[in-house]
Design a protein around this ligand. Structure first.
Ligand SMILES: C[C@H](NC(=O)[C@@H](N)CCCCN)C(=O)O
Length: 461
């Protein structure tokens, strides 16, 4: 831990700019591993259905196990990060996350009589490490970039994290040879889980070196959940929380079931399903920094969030009812390789592109918007509270979606069973739009916080 009380601290030089970026790169590469491990499960779901007969509800609950673990740890985790500091916390949570990724890859094979329970155990352990690691990594950016390029640094960290999601989505086409059974792709994910830990250690070493050489402030307020804040935040904050819950409880559970949905209801190959799904993180990576810059330039943050959440509604209905009959040839890009394998349906690409734009626009504006709505000293608490609510909605929706899939007998032999599932997603996305509309209305009134202007107006009390 950095010792701010060191007597010679004031005499030391500030860390060089390059050192700050090195810290960001180490943390972001760890986040790459974190996001890869989380998303690597979904392309394997068709194989898990075949190998173990996992039901939709069981697949949904693999997310719920992660969310429950995150909920439990988010309450205590902020305090722990305060006590341990970000460096030790990152290594601790990175180690727990890496352990989770290894358990997911090996436990079901070791306990063949109860593969689902074994995998639930692994996802739970992953949830303990993963969300707290994200909190610690965000705090690191806050500490090292405060008053400097903080928005850009946060966008860059999320971009590299999303690259992990993109790589996991692309794995069926990029590493097709592994997808002969459920285990090899998950062992690859376990390898990246270990890489996550390695980069967390590299980051901690950089902190330790900085503490010996440079004037670096000790970790300040972290994303600690203060329950008393529940009653103290303004209405606009709660509209943002409502949007956050509805938005992520639509997009993340959709991503959980997308491989199954696209192969079973749309009849595409595993590789095309992975490619279609990867359009989401790909557009998000490209769009987030651009939409962040746009919001900084024009303000209109509530309006941008409303536009993003409106974009989220139609794709589920388009996927269900729109058939052009047109399939696309392979689309590739220099350096990137195959973006879409041959055979992707045009209508599916359009729907996924709309989802991808929403996945860029809303996160790019939503997370920074909180800084306008609450006082700085309660920002950590506001983020933790929002993440806490997000996990509840997301966990419930993943479980609910799986249940509806099972009750409607959705599957390759009954694609129409997916229709109520898609309506459920469209309905929840509409709820998100209602919250963004309420936010926009409230930000045009007397109690506005400056979300719609270029610079903050009334300071959050
Ligand atoms: C910034 C936001 N992250 C989250 O919502 C995390 N609480 C959950 C991330 C789950 C994937 N590892 C985002 O990714 O948009």
């Amino acid at each position: 831990m950095i010792d701010a009380a060191a007597p010679d601290l004031a005499a030391r030089p500030a860390p060089p700019t390059a050192y700050r970026w090195l810290v960001l790169v180490a943390c972001s590469l760890a986040m790459f591993g974190n996001y890869y491990v989380f998303d690597a499960l979904y392309p394997v779901t068709p194989l898990l259905e075949k190998a173990f007969g996992f039901t939709g509800e069981q697949i949904g609950k693999l997310d719920t196990a992660y969310n429950v673990a995150a909920l439990l740890t988010l309450i205590a985790g902020g305090v722990l990060i305060d006590r341990l500091g970000t460096a030790r916390s990152a290594v601790l949570f990175g180690a727990v996350g890496a352990l989770g990724s290894v358990l997911i890859g090996v436990l079901p094979a070791l306990v063949p009589s109860a593969p689902w329970a074994a995998m639930m155990g692994g996802r739970f352990v992953l949830g303990v490490g993963s969300e707290l690691f994200i909190v610690a990594a965000t705090t690191v950016v806050g500490r090292w970039f405060k008053g400097k390029e903080i928005s850009f640094a946060l966008a860059l960290q999320l971009l590299i994290a999303r690259l992990g999601s993109y790589a996991a989505d692309k794995s069926p086409s990029a590493a097709g040879g592994l997808f002969t059974s459920w285990q090899p792709p998950l062992l690859l994910a376990a390898g990246l889980g270990v890489a996550w830990l390695v980069f967390a250690i590299v980051y901690a070493a950089l902190e330790a070196r900085a503490a010996r050489r440079y004037a670096v402030a000790r970790a300040g307020a972290t994303d600690k959940l203060v329950l008393a804040d529940l009653v103290n935040f303004d209405t606009s904050y709660w509209w943002v929380v409502g949007l956050c819950v509805a938005f992520y409880s639509t997009i993340f559970p959709f991503r959980t079931f997308a491989n199954l949905y696209l192969t079973q209801a749309r009849g595409v190959s595993d590789a095309v399903a992975g490619d279609l799904k990867s359009v989401l993180p790909m557009l998000s990576m490209i769009g987030m920094p651009l939409f962040g810059l746009l919001a900084d330039r024009i303000g209109k943050r509530a309006l941008l969030m409303a536009a993003g959440s409106a974009l989220l509604v139609p794709p589920f209905l388009l996927l269900t009812y729109w058939r052009t009959g047109v399939t696309l040839p392979r689309i590739g890009l220099p350096f990137i390789g195959t973006v879409l394998s041959a055979g992707a349906p045009l209508d599916g690409v359009v729907a996924m592109a709309m989802l991808g734009l929403a996945f860029a626009l809303v996160p790019a504006v939503l997370w920074p918007a909180v800084t306008y709505l609450v006082p700085e000293q309660r920002l950590g608490s506001a983020y933790a509270l929002m993440t806490f609510c997000q996990q509840i909605g997301w966990g419930a929706m993943s479980w609910g979606m799986g249940l509806v899939k099972d009750v409607a007998h959705a599957g390759a032999d009954h694609p129409a069973g997916w229709t109520p599932v898609m309506w459920m997603l469209a309905a929840l996305a509409s709820v998100g739009f209602v919250f963004s509309f309420l936010l926009w209305k409230s930000e045009r009134g007397a109690r506005a916080h400056g979300l719609e202007s270029v610079t903050p107006g009334r300071q959050a009390a």
